[in-house]
Design a binder for this molecule. Structure first.
Ligand code: PTJ
Length: 267
């Protein structure tokens, strides 16, 4: 019996951690359906930890990065959205909406190439309306020599040929390698100190479950704007500031939580 047929828990909607539990269970269900790698559960937990110390909200620095990211994708000649197991399990519907809105294909690119995963992710994306999904035929893949992990095998009509690659949450080595071969990278990562965050051109330090719906909404708004408008947003964007502001925010937030905790402990 699969996990989907027999859920371990039914989370009540008034539970104080309802949203967090809801997304945890999407990841767990995704693992049972072969969408998520086992290690994806650990990656999600790491993300939760950073989300906690960011205040579990989309902060100003992330809002700015989201706008710059959408502008960048709309200005790109060959934008591409890279999809892994965690993103597919959490946000398939939004990935498909974004792909359609900015006219960028989806390419499945996995770190853990367990049998059946690509098909499971493809089916999930198709269920949400995706029509053209790249990265599914291993016989047609080409290799990025600068990269040794499984992610080196990419679609010649997708990541390989792209100028801007959107990588919602992942491991750091690929961002570095893609930068070395001249790609521009947009990343979503809750950890402002990860290699992905540091190497990306635009780092959205936020939870993908909050970021992707906002990107869809902003892309609909920005689509009708002229190039000068989009270029100005990018010209006013500085990724070093984003990292700096995120770290300052974490320090401030943890201090404020410490005061609150000690007020309770004093009683
Ligand atoms: O599906 P695969 O085989 O391609 O594998 C995907 C994972 C995520 C398992 C793989 O890329 C991996 O191991 O990634 P890492 O090295 O654990 O990095 C994941 C990063 O994403 C960490 O910096 C986390 O903090 C961050 N993260 C986790 N969940 C979220 C997140 N960032 C934004 N939103 C999240 N929900």
């Amino acid at each position: 019996m699969s996990f989907n047929e027999k859920k371990a828990v039914d989370v009540p909607t008034d539970h104080p951690r309802y949203l967090s539990l809801k997304y945890r269970h999407k990841i767990i269900d995704g693992m049972h359906d072969s969408v998520v790698a086992e290690a994806g559960l650990i990656a999600h937990g790491r993300g939760e930890c950073f989300d906690y110390i960011l205040g579990e909200r989309t902060n100003k620095f992330a809002e700015k990065a989201i706008k710059a990211a959408v502008a960048f994708l709309l200005l790109a000649d060959h934008p591409i959205i890279s999809v892994n197991g965690n993103v597919a399990a959490l946000c398939s519907k939004e990935l498909v909406s974004l792909s359609q809105s900015i006219n960028a294909p989806l390419e499945i690119n996995l770190f853990y190439r367990k049998k059946g995963r690509i098909e499971a992710i493809k089916n999930l994306l198709e269920k949400h309306g995706a029509s053209k999904i790249l990265g599914t035929d291993m016989n047609k893949m080409v290799e990025i020599k600068e990269l040794s992990s499984n992610r080196r095998r990419v679609d010649p009509n997708g990541i390989y040929n792209s100028d801007v690659v959107f990588v919602p949450l992942e491991d750091g080595d690929r961002t570095e390698a893609l930068k070395k071969i001249g790609k521009k990278i947009i990343a979503i990562d809750l950890n402002p100190l990860s290699r992905t965050s540091i190497w990306a051109d635009i780092t959205i330090i936020d939870n993908i479950v909050r970021t992707l719906p906002q990107m869809v909404q902003i892309s609909k708004e920005f689509k009708s704007k002229d190039k000068a408008f989009l270029n100005e947003i990018i010209a006013n964007y500085d990724n070093r500031n984003t990292i700096q502001e995120a770290l300052n925010h974490i320090i401030k937030y943890v201090k404020s939580q410490k005061s609150k905790a000690f007020d309770i402990l004093k009683k």
